[in-house]
Structure formats: structure tokens, C-alpha cells
Design a protein around this ligand. Structure first.
Ligand SMILES: [Ca+2]
Ligand SMILES: [Ca+2]
Length: 311
């Protein structure tokens, strides 16, 4: 064996190890969420995008959108009419019509990913609505529903308002959604209070890993109530609702529709964003739920005192 051969084998072994550990880290929604979240939070202006392909499947139009000059498709929209003018149909960032947040006429669209590079979409960040999102700086006594805001409070509200996405993942790549990140509204005011990570880690349609977080998913703690069948949460503009696996099934249908349209558009692995085509984000959380920390425990008690139904 020559020195050159030995060097090549050594290099191949090194690359193999790095590849394997990379795949291990990037397996679930937990590790991909930070990447998808940063893509949806900092979009390029809509003028840089164009329609790459569209297909009509029964009564729905599926439209694929990507940046001009690139073969990659990043966004898919599912609509009952054909999209013609991206600028007026879709707004990637929130706008204001008076005090009301607005993001275009089309509300069923989102970012699509093929994490494992097999040519099938397995992760979607779909638009859920537009709302202000709380962070640690929002005081607990911020005005609630029907209460007037001061000019300063209104500015805070505007600066925290964005398009809110729910993330849907097919973590065992069988074509069915089994994990999500779902927003959860504050029951006292029209703000997103936190996000819920909801998973069926055994892929059996039973929730067994539910955690709540603000900001980074790596800070998610087991501070949300749930049963294997349902996770209570607050939807936008409604009283308390239930997250059930029906939502997984509905979004699996959207994913199947997108994959069917992609196939008939001739789109494949080379056209989608996979984990290998993206730089790794350093926000990998533990795969197992963390025990409830002292801080969260105290916070939970305080919140429970405010409203026993809010957690
Ligand atoms: Ca895939
Ligand atoms: Ca699945």
C-alpha cells in the first residue's frame, strides 16, 4: 500500500465519521427547526422570487416558488385559484393595514424542505397567521384584549408583530407528519405567548414528547400539559382549543399534494433544500425532554395562580 493510498483511506474514514455524526444530529424536527426558523424569519424581498412551476390537482393549484436565477424551489402555495402576481398574492413579511397585521391574500403557503435529500418534501413551515410574539421584555401587565394601548405600547406591539409559522415534520420519512412546532397564544392578549414542540416519537399517532419554549427550541422544557391524544393550546382569536393528530393528518395531506405536484413538475432532490445543502445551526437541543428547571417551576406556579386553565 502506498502512502497516497493510506492517506486516501484515512481521509475517507474521517469524512465518513463526520457525515455519520452530522446525520445523527440532523435527524428530527429538534435539530432542523433552528435552520428552518431562521430561513422564514429573514426572507429576501418577494421581487427576487418567481414562479417556477404550477399544477392543478383536482380543485387545488399547487405553485412552486424560488429565487430568480436558481433552480431551487423554496416556497409552495396551495390555493383554489391560480397565482399570477407574486407581489400582490404573497407577502413574505408582515405589513400593516391600519392597526391590523396583514400578509397578502394567499394564506396557504410555506417553506418546503427535503431534509434527507430523497426528492420528497418531509418538512414544511406553513403560515399560521400574523401576530405579535412575546419575548422576555414584554411586561406581564401589558394591555389585554379590549384594553387601550399607549403609543409606546403600540410601537412595541408593531415591532414584535411578524408572520407566524407552524412547522410540520415527517421524522421517519414515511410521508406522514409526526412532529410539529405549534404557536400558543396568550389567553389574555392577542400575542403569541410561546411555542409548543409536539412529537409522536414512536410514530404511533400518540403524543409522547410535548415541550414549550420561547425563542430557541433548545430551551424547550416539559411545561405544557398534554395527553397522548391531545395538547391544549390557544389558537389565534379563539378560546382554548385542542391540538390533536387530526392536524398531523391534515398537514400530511397538504404535504402529499405538494409532493404529487412536485413530481409532475419534474422537481426532485436537486430542486429542494436539504440538510446537506445548509450550514448546520448550533442550537441542537437534547433529544430527550429536560426535567423542569427551578426557574420554569416557579414561573409555572405563578402562571397557574393567574389562570389554572392557561397552561
Ligand atoms: Ca425527503
Ligand atoms: Ca412520518
Amino acid at each position: 500500500m502506498t502512502i497516497q493510498n493510506m492517506r486516501n483511506i484515512f481521509l475517507a474514514a474521517l469524512i465518513g465519521t463526520a457525515g455519520a455524526s452530522g446525520l445523527g444530529q440532523e435527524r428530527s424536527i429538534l435539530s432542523f427547526y433552528p435552520t428552518a426558523d431562521s430561513i422564514v424569519a429573514y426572507p429576501s424581498p418577494i421581487g427576487r422570487y418567481e414562479i417556477k412551476c404550477w399544477k392543478k390537482i383536482s380543485s387545488n393549484y399547487v405553485t412552486f416558488i424560488g429565487k430568480k436565477g436558481e433552480k431551487r424551489v423554496l416556497i409552495a402555495a396551495v390555493t383554489t385559484r391560480r397565482l399570477k402576481n407574486l407581489r400582490s398574492d404573497i407577502s413574505l413579511t408582515v405589513q400593516f393595514h391600519g392597526p391590523r397585521p396583514y400578509f397578502g391574500d394567499i394564506t396557504t403557503w410555506g417553506y418546503i424542505f427535503d431534509r434527507n435529500g430523497d426528492g420528497l418534501i418531509d418538512y414544511m413551515a406553513l403560515v399560521a397567521g400574523a401576530a405579535a410574539v412575546e419575548d422576555e421584555k414584554i411586561p406581564e401587565d401589558f394591555p389585554g384584549f379590549q384594553q387601550a394601548m399607549s403609543k409606546q405600547q403600540f410601537e412595541l406591539y408593531i415591532s414584535h408583530t411578524r408572520i407566524v409559522f407552524n412547522h410540520w415534520a415527517d421524522d421517519d420519512y414515511d410521508g406522514r407528519i409526526d412532529a410539529a412546532v405549534q404557536y400558543d397564544m396568550n389567553p389574555f392578549r392577542s400575542w403569541v405567548r410561546r411555542y409548543l414542540l409536539i412529537r409522536c416519537t414512536k410514530f404511533d399517532d400518540r403524543f409522547d414528547d410535548v415541550r414549550a419554549f420561547r425563542g430557541k427550541i433548545s430551551t424547550a422544557t416539559a411545561s405544557a400539559n398534554f395527553t397522548p391524544e391531545e395538547v391544549p393550546y390557544y389558537p389565534m382569536g379563539e378560546s382554548q382549543g385542542k391540538f390533536t393528530t387530526k392536524l398531523f393528518a391534515e398537514n400530511s395531506n397538504i404535504m402529499a399534494l405538494i409532493n404529487r405536484a412536485a413530481r409532475s413538475c419534474g422537481l426532485g432532490a436537486a430542486n429542494f433544500t436539504s440538510r446537506l445543502s445548509l450550514p448546520l445551526q448550533n442550537d441542537n437541543p437534547p433529544e430527550e425532554p429536560r426535567p423542569l428547571g427551578e426557574m420554569q417551576h416557579r414561573q409555572r406556579i405563578t402562571l397557574t395562580r393567574i389562570s389554572s386553565s392557561s397552561l
